[in-house]
Design a protein around this ligand. Structure first.
Ligand code: ADP
Length: 245
């Protein structure tokens, strides 16, 4: 399988503090890849570098082996096919679930000027399929403000999918969710990974165990180890950093 993303020798410097140090990260196409590690390890900063929010002082970010994202602007990186979900969902609470997806679709197709134009049957069908995937079929005409915390997160994932990203970056997607919502989110991520790649930052080890293809453990801005969840859990260095030595 080909490499969807790799970083070469990335260093991030926040006023002299190196949040990421000479990092070489890699993930394959079609993978659900988790980034784990103690607080402050640099996980969110790595997502920030990939989506262009934070610029490294050295190193490169390569998408699909040949596309250099390092010096690209955030909006350009979105266009190359990288979608980023932050912890707080960016949805329009005054619009319905359907309208949120519609807006996202039109935005992606550069059709904002025709916001009031009627959707074609084909476009309706695409939105319908998306609603089913994010478990919100029966909430299509409800205001987004009436959704539960978990449902809001799914709606935002649905909106991101409307942009047709090849790589989806999710920062703690199940934080604050109920057990049932967490389970559904895991299944949604696996469904997404049938046609895309997903990189997830999360702390919930049960969630990681159940839904990861591969795991990278970060510590103090570096990669400590990587492999399947079983492999990394058997690595004594992982237990050491989590227990604080
Ligand atoms: P994680 O996601 O693994 O918990 P982060 O990537 O959020 O870790 O942070 C890594 C380190 O970088 C932390 O010590 C954090 O305090 C620091 N850091 C993150 N963002 C900034 C920033 N904008 N300015 C200064 N320090 C930062």
């Amino acid at each position: 399988m080909s490499t969807i993303l790799c970083t070469r020798n990335i260093t991030v410097d926040f006023d002299g503090f190196k949040a990421i140090q000479e990092l070489n990260f890699q993930m394959k196409q079609g993978e659900v890849h988790f980034l784990i590690g103690p607080n402050g390890a640099g996980k969110t900063t790595l997502l920030d570098v990939i989506c262009g929010k934070v610029k490294p002082v050295q190193g490169e970010v390569l998408f699909k082996e040949t596309i250099d994202l390092t010096n690209k602007q955030e909006h350009e990186i979105v266009r190359y096919g990288v979608g980023r979900k932050f912890q707080a969902p960016a949805i329009f609470v005054g619009l319905t679930v359907f309208e949120n997806l519609e807006l996202s679709m039109k935005q992606n197709r550069g059709l904002l000027s025709t916001l009031r134009a009627k959707l074609t049957d084909g476009e309706r069908a695409v939105i319908g399929k998306q609603l089913a995937m994010i478990n919100l079929e029966d909430r299509a005409n409800d205001k987004a403000s009436s959704l539960s915390h978990g449902q809001k997160q799914w709606l935002e994932i649905g909106m991101l999918l409307m942009q047709e990203p090849e790589l989806l970056l999710l920062d703690e997607p199940v934080a604050g969710m109920t057990q049932t919502e967490t389970e559904k989110t895991g299944k949604l991520i696996q469904e997404i990974a049938k046609s895309r790649s997903v990189l997830v930052v999360d702390h919930d080890m049960d969630f990681v165990r159940k839904f990861s293809d591969r795991v990278t453990v970060m510590h103090e801005g570096k990669i400590l180890c990587e492999g399947t969840i079983t492999e990394v859990q058997e690595d004594s260095r992982v237990a050491e950093v989590y227990l604080g030595r």
